[in-house]
Ligand binder design. Structure first.
Ligand code: GLC
Length: 526
């Protein structure tokens, strides 16, 4: 995956498109929309869980890792999706959730009932809760990480919800199950996995063997993936310090990519301050062992915007700017709003943040719907606020389903309602958010230099992010004004050297003007 021509598009299969009118999004529905994804410029589809699940954590509470939720499709529809995607040059990445299972998983139920069952060792049991300082991931919904189980007669450990018992990765059979599940999906043609909650898995593996702090687990998984494909993708969900990324990558011998939470948080700090200077410091924090091309960047995802990589003061700055009300916040650390409402639904400002995201030499992810500026439903609990159906057109149920009863209704009425905000309407407008993001994605494809690590340059203005990319003797200068005011800049080496590849401002074509409008951006080549 080279950054300049890779775009990962994250899809919640339950919410994208229902192909059979029963009200739930389906895998066939995604297949129907592949032409749209290719038109937009996506090259990888990241499918959120579509497995049989307990339905209490967006599908991450898996009940059977190799079985497809019958509401969403079957094996034939999965195969159709992968083949149709391949024909359009799109690769499919799926979720590997092996940190925990649902408490309805047959492994857990067998473990509960019988201390002698081989499945007992798949989970973590104690007679008394262990006081090792581990904190629950979802406070205050969960107040601890141990739950008494009356059937088992012991406590089990759960970092996430109490209905999601942690798997014991120190048990060899659990690791073999993980490899078996990987093989199953790789054999069905997936390019690789987004690996859920990886630091917690590594922590358990270290109990079996402390070598590399348990990161040998990643080498094992990598080797398994390589048996099926020469270039597998293993994207790790690791909300850890930037300086640690390299130890999770080991030049692609462990994970092939990490989700860059550190950058994500600092992007929002920059947007909150309308001051880009912080990014120079942020980008300098990565070691050479965590190059930009192995880091995956995004603005919003399926979860809350978790701001744990910021100091308490910085976090407060971001909250004050984007989530001033308590009901916009979650788990004492994050924001549960979607991108567009945080940025006042302003297409210029939202496209600027995408220009910034695409100007970092990293592989970007778009969450489905962000390309048109879908809003949120803050009355839904926890992270459900950001999980509403895709808005395809202004007709019934936004084109999410042709049947009478969507399991979740698309956002209706007002500024973000599907009647006004939808793909069909935005495809027809040249200055819509969708058209702007598509232009960025297509321009990027031709700018090979964007796959190199950027060098931050000084244009004499803190409100403007300026990065120079050099490749085979060609140069690309990315300029992004993160502020609500027009800004003057001093172009390095004189303006005469540059031609415009892409610009948000119609009046930019003359780089000599050295001026970017409010939230303006431009890519210049030389
Ligand atoms: C990941 C998912 C999140 C889920 C959690 C537990 O962080 O993104 O939605 O709740 O894993 O599986």
């Amino acid at each position: 995956m080279r950054p300049h021509d890779t775009v990962i598009y994250q899809i919640d299969p339950r919410l994208f498109r229902d192909a059979n009118g029963h009200g739930w999004g389906t895998l066939d529905g995604i297949t129907e929309k592949l032409d749209y994804l290719a038109w937009l410029g996506a090259t990888v589809i990241w499918l959120l869980p579509f497995y049989r699940s307990g339905d209490r954590d967006g599908g991450y509470d898996v009940v059977d890792h190799c079985a497809i939720d019958p509401r969403l499709g079957d094996e034939a529809s999965f195969d159709r999706l992968v083949r149709a995607a391949e024909r359009r040059g799109l690769r499919v990445v799926t979720e590997l959730v092996m940190q925990h299972t649902s408490d309805r998983h047959p492994w857990f139920q067998a473990a509960q009932r019988d201390r002698k069952s081989p499945y007992r060792d798949y989970y973590i049991w104690r007679d008394q809760p262990e006081a090792d300082g581990s904190k629950p991931i979802f406070p205050p919904i969960e107040s601890g990480v141990w739950r008494w189980d009356a059937i088992a007669g012991q406590y089990y450990r759960h970092r996430f919800y109490a209905h999601e018992p942690d798997l014991e990765l120190a048990t060899p059979q659990v690791r073999e199950e993980a490899r078996r599940i990987m093989r199953h999906w790789l054999d069905r043609g997936v390019a690789g996995f987004r690996v859920d909650a990886i630091p917690y898995m590594v922590e358990r593996a270290a109990r079996a063997d402390p070598e590399d702090g348990g990161r040998w687990l990643l080498r094992e998984m990598n080797a398994e993936a390589r048996r099926a494909r020469s270039d597998p993708v293993l994207i790790g969900e690791a909300d850890i310090a930037a300086g640690e990324y390299g130890t999770y990558l080991d030049d692609g011998r462990r994970l092939t990519h990490v989700l860059d939470f550190h950058l994500n948080n600092h992007l929002f700090l920059v947007l909150a301050r309308q001051d880009a200077s912080e990014l120079a410091r942020t980008l300098a924090e990565y070691g050479e062992d965590a190059p930009a091309a192995r880091r995956v960047a995004w603005l919003r995802n399926n979860d809350e915007l978790d701001l744990e990589q910021l100091s308490p003061e910085e976090r407060k700055e971001v909250m004050d700017a984007f989530a001033p009300e308590p009901w916009m916040q979650l788990y004492h650390r994050g924001i549960r709003r979607r991108l567009a409402p945080m940025l006042d639904g302003d297409p210029q400002r939202i496209s600027m943040t995408h220009a910034l995201l695409f100007s970092l030499g990293q592989i970007p992810v778009l969450r489905f719907g962000d390309e048109i500026g879908v809003g949120d439903e803050l009355e839904f609990p926890e992270r459900e606020s950001g999980r509403t159906p895709m808005q395809w057109h202004a007709g019934t149920h936004a084109g999410f389903t042709d049947g009478p009863a969507p399991w979740r209704k698309p956002i209706a009425g007002g500024r973000y309602g599907y009647e006004r905000l939808n793909v069909r309407a935005q495809r027809q407008q040249n200055d819509s958010l969708l058209s702007r993001i598509r232009r960025l994605l297509h321009a990027r494809r031709h700018c090979e230099a964007l796959s190199q690590a950027p060098r931050i340059v000084d244009v004499g203005n803190r409100a403007v992010f300026a990065a120079l990319f050099e490749h085979n003797g060609s140069r690309l200068l990315a300029l992004v004004n993160v502020s609500a005011d027009a800004q003057r800049i001093a172009l390095p080496g004189g303006s005469g050297d540059f031609q415009v590849e892409l610009a948000s401002d119609v009046d930019f074509p003359d780089p000599a003007s050295a001026r970017l409008s409010a939230y303006g951006y431009a890519w210049l080549s030389a």
